[in-house]
Design a protein around this ligand. Sequence first.
Ligand code: FAD
Length: 613
Amino acid sequence: IKKLPPLQSFQLLVSRPASHLARQQYDVIVVGGGHAGTEAAAAAARVGAETLLVTQKIHTIGALSCNPSLGGVGKGQLVKEVDALDGLCGRAGDWAGIHFSILNRRKGPAVWGPRAQLDRQRYREFIQSELLGTPRLTVLEGSVEELLVTEPNPEKPGHHRVTGIRLANGNHSISASSVVLTTGTFLSGSLFMGQTTSPGGRIGDAPSSAGLSHTLRERLGLRIGRLRTGTPPRIVKDSVDLSQAKLHPPDRHPTPFSFLNKNTRCKPEDQLPCYLTFTTPGVERVVRESLHLNCHIQQDTKGPRYCPSIESRVLRFPGRRHQVWLEPEGVTSDLLYPQGLSMTMPPDVQLRLIREIPAMHRAEIRTPGYGVQYDFVCPTQLSPALQVKSTQGLFLAGQINGTTGYEEAAAQGLWAGVNAARWALSMSPVILSRTESYIGVLIDDLVTRGVTEPYRMFTSRAEFRTALRPDNADLRLTLKGRYKVGCVSSLRYQETVRVKDNLQEVLEALQTLVLSTPSWRKKMPNILMSENKSRSLRPLCDLQKKDIERIQKEENMSLPLDIDYFSLPVSLSQEVREILDRVRPSTLGAATRLEGITPAAIAHLLNYARHTG
Ligand code: FAD
């Protein structure tokens, strides 16, 4: 774990007015300094593009809007993959973590979920300092008012090209070959608390300006949807009776997220505990009595199914007690984050509700919970490189694509940043397949299936999860990241080569070692399975290998993005033609995963792809 450079110099670097920027033309402009934007900006610069990150407030770069935690089941895999591609969030997690645990440890390593509770301040510090140290990256404080795009190409109606951005203050324009939009929950954002609604992207932060929504909706003709999410009140730690909650210690030996780190900044003995408690019938009563005062919950905009508000949980599962985790917000913070108690009722009702829980019967609230509703761009309008299909050079990543969570945002941000840089530098786009990574699964799900509710990652979304383990993300991605993508440093590359060579040596040594099964078990009890088990698994592994090869073959069969599906001379129903026309899958593999596409339709497409490609 290295030392951070002083952040004061960062403030100096970025607080220049836009008109004093050294250049007014960049290869890539990234809009938004959240989890998607910071990864996108750093990745674009690593690939070699002169990059500008424009964000509303410098001091919120890398802010954790909701839960101060990183990773978990499915999400931890994304963090490891972002790290394998030299992204920031894994190392930031190792720097800021104060409670590390591997979730699901009793199950197989493929579904282990590396997770850490974080210190908010330290996380932001690390991300800001990394950006400061990134060559070719400039950061500007400002709000982007409008995207600059060319008029549509008359030969390809509806096709635009992005040329830059216009800032809100001073009407200042900056040109770029590509732009990555990562505006999170800020696009036409509204905040909800009780019966009050106000414009905002997050508490204390203004929404993204109406001009940006206007460009996307009216000028570019993109389909936009609306989603919602919420956050719990923050509780004063000293006002909570922790003796009435169950202590949940961290792992004794913290496991770092990053393949570059041997240990975490927080020493094992300095980690902070979390606590578990439960709701009571009183909580349900308060929710029901106050429904008429809670306009967020009365709306039918879709919220996150897997991170629901306490109102939704109680209404969906009446009579049950629900878990509430009390989690530290940082080393020096005097606050606790009550995970499971996201709520949007008026502040006095929030206080009444939390005091129905014995451990919080005298608790004080520092900041009340609230909800946010925001616009997202239906992600089926994107290519697998996360570029808007109808607008050359425009890339989208993060919550704006209908996902929820820091890890999902970081993963998309990195990939959009890489492709935005490659577009600007006239290099071909790069795509990650769902057979090689969770990032590939995430992007493929978004661009082929779209979202109807906030999307989050689970291991069950990956068909080949036994091959996509958190511990082998470096072996799967780092070499590709170095040579095919161009976003991996030589330091990380050398480390992965060292690990790969060591593994090879051990494998070769094991292959020459002849022992009886009992001796194997005795020597390596945790690694080896029983002979019977390994025999029964072998055919399954072979089948999975064949499936991976089949999908890889289909992924290699590309379908041109400008096919006219309505006049395609093959036998397809009108419904199938409409779906294909709307989504425009880029490969045969992506077409097979679309809802409503029949095996017969795939066979026709396969014939077509063979003849044309
Ligand atoms: P953000 O982290 O939101 O970053 C967006 C950035 O863009 C901000 O820095 C903003 O200032 C900047 N920006 C926006 N517009 C402009 C503009 N026009 N010009 C310049 N800069 C601009 N996730 C979960 O997994 N579970 C939850 O329960 C959950 N609850 C949440 C509750 C709330 C109230 C909020 C606000 C978020 C919640 N999240 C939750 C979501 C989590 O915060 C996001 O998934 C994650 O932060 C998304 O990252 P992002 O980079 O897409 O956007």
